[in-house]
Design a protein around this ligand. Structure first.
Ligand code: HXC
Length: 258
């Protein structure tokens, strides 16, 4: 598979997808989001892979949706074309864990794309923001919703209303990113985590992702019930038997994803 706006590589048991429109700070054009959805699909179908890392370059993860491409669109164009949304939904639907490795700008749709991932590892250089208000529009790929859930109303409201950016430390303090690392450690850290995940029981990994994701969609009581049922379900898997037997035998488990 060859792509024009992204790069696709495999590192052991993880796919590495790199946004690759450096001239425009990885602005999210329709072709880029389309190729990204195809790459996620490809990684999802590759049984040898257990997780995905999504990254940009040193200057930008992505500086938002492509303003040049958007600016002359009418309401009908964006509404009927469902601008970037169908493809974004493919990424949101991915069952394999997706880690965003963010250096530089993650703005507008770029911040929203990072937040669609299961967790974010940030380089010290990372800057997060929802500056759409400066363009006379608002976030449209989940920014007002996911940012609010991640950092709370006060900061989300401030960022969406003023367009202020957050640096990596503030993003970590606020719960937006899982971890901040030195710039030159970013990819190693994200790929190590992805390969660590890929080494676990895939059934357990999918169930864990599904259960944490459910916390964003339901009440605490329903979420606790859901988690309990999935926990019970793991006892129907060979991997749970192997994992616990290996612990008792003081050896490494050999998971078979079943
Ligand atoms: C198109 C973009 C772009 C974007 C940067 N570029 N961001 N092109 N869409 N989102 C281009 C610039 O035009 C410029 O092209 C080149 O990338 C380098 O950018 P500079 O502005 O020269 O770099 P710098 O001075 O370092 O400033 C970096 C920046 C700034 C602060 C990130 O580029 C910026 O403010 N970008 C826009 C950020 C933004 O508003 N994002 C939200 C978009 S709306 P040339 O040809 O001049 O070299 C959105 C909605 C999502 O994301 C919802 C969709 C459904």
């Amino acid at each position: 598979m060859t792509y024009e706006t992204i790069l696709y590589q495999v590192h052991e048991r993880a796919a590495l997808i790199t946004l690759n429109r450096p001239d425009v700070l990885n602005a999210l054009s329709a072709p880029l989001i389309g190729e990204l959805a195809q790459a996620v699909d490809h990684a999802e179908r590759d049984d040898a892979l257990g997780a995905i890392v999504l990254t940009g370059n040193e200057k930008a993860f992505a500086a938002g949706a492509d303003i040049g491409q958007m600016k002359d669109q009418s309401f009908t164009d964006t509404y009927m074309g469902n601008f970037l949304h169908d493809e974004a939904e493919r990424i949101e639907r991915c069952r394999k864990p997706v880690i965003a490795a963010v250096a530089g700008y993650a703005l507008g749709g770029g911040c929203e794309l990072a937040m669609m991932c299961d967790f974010i590892v940030a380089a010290r250089s990372a800057r997060f923001g929802q500056p759409e208000i400066k363009l006379g529009t608002i976030p449209g790929l989940g920014g007002t919703q996911r940012l609010t859930r991640a950092v709370g109303k006060a900061k989300a409201m401030e960022m969406c209303l003023t367009g202020r950016m957050m640096d990596a430390d503030e993003a970590e303090r606020s719960g937006l990113v899982a971890r901040v690392v030195a710039n030159d450690q970013l990819l190693d850290t994200a790929l190590t985590a992805a390969n660590q995940i890929a080494g676990y029981s895939r059934v357990a990994v999918y169930l864990a992702k599904e259960s944490v994701s459910r916390a964003f969609e339901t009440t605490l009581l329903e979420g606790l019930r859901f988690e309990k049922r999935l926990f019970h379900a793991t006892f129907a898997t060979a991997d749970q038997k192997e994992g616990m037997e290996a612990f008792m035998d003081k050896r490494e488990p050999r998971f078979e994803n079943r």
